[in-house]
Design a protein around this ligand. Sequence first.
Ligand SMILES: *Cc1c(COP(=O)(O)O)cnc(C)c1O
Length: 421
Amino acid sequence: MDHFIYHDGILHAEKVPIPGIVAQVGTPFYVYSTATLERHFYLFDDALKEFDHLVCYAMKAASNQAIIKTLAALGAGMDVVSGGEYQRAISAGVPTDRIIFSGVGKTRAEMEMIVRGGVRQVNIESEAEMLILDEIAQANSEKVPVAIRVNPDVDAKTHSKIATGKSENKFGIPISKARDVYAMAGKLKGLDVIGIDVHIGSQVTDLEPFALAYKKVAELTKILRADGHDIRRLDLGGGLGIPYSRSNGPLPLPKDYGEMIGREVGHLGCELEIEPGRLIAGNAGLLVSSVIYIKQGEERKFLILDAAMNDLVRPAMYDAHHEIIPVKEPNDCADSVIFDVVGPVCETGDTFARECTLTSLKDGDLVAFRSAGAYGAVMASEYNSRPLIPEVLVKDDQFAIIRPRPTLEELINRDKLPPWL
Ligand SMILES: *Cc1c(COP(=O)(O)O)cnc(C)c1O
């Protein structure tokens, strides 16, 4: 559920009419709903209420300071995957004991930053990384809480580019080697081995792969405890999928996910952490764009928008589907037209949807891409020298620009000429 609905024939974000935002910021832009972000956080928080738990928002899904602050104010922790995300969380005022540092290739500089700054836990991804973290921790007279990310070798049944829990993926240590790696970790004086971490992938729309992975984590917990490790925290990762299209059947809800977690690992008495990103931010954001031209090709009709693959790369990168709706609500007898919806970038990959049935539209009309809040703005680039598009946050009847559109001058002035030119 989200808070983007038609009122009086016009698409609104909560109580703000989209054309009102367009008048102030132009198109294209991203707009997020505070009420949806909050609602989604509470769905997860409630789903685990029987357990000592922390919902750590996976910041990489959408990392604007205003979004982080909105969620942190509700008590959310943050899952960060780089020094940059760590700094973003700190700047938004997230307490360090609510920040988990994940990521498959943490650099020495990043680990120094978080060891000095403070962190809830580091999720270790390899033996090599573990040794360097230990060295840095000892050099700073710290004992860093760590969980080791295990790769459970389960098929998350999602797009291959976002599956992370198969043994062929680069993530975690093979679960079969876990005992040895924990034994090694237990001897390192800079580390406090507190738990196990697992994350099998993103846009997972079936609970079965999660259940399989969590079963393996439960077994491992018992084995490691028998080996003398005080396993007291389980980080169960993120990955619960969202409906990108109305034709997606009913998907598991956070409540179902929480019940499954209870069944699989609830008896272990561990503190539980989850790291949802997409389900919190995805349906909390729209990408709003204008029609530049309608172009009749030989076989197809093209709807050329002012948004492009550099603004929302998911269709080009993952063949993702986003529902595209007109900002002006079509009436029941409106003609429907079949369009290929494309952006202006010089790549055929700059296609948002093929043979998409839309209402008849004309130049200047506004459309919105639904479910664009996660992995949208954060993955944008300036390809074709198109400035990053603004982000807007709505709360009830108010809206604020939370990242302005850079001017072309700002974009160009970031380049520096060498002395010989
Ligand atoms: C990407 C990621 C997440 C979030 O995944 P979603 O599908 O957005 O919920 C959580 N944890 C880790 C380690 C990740 O890499």
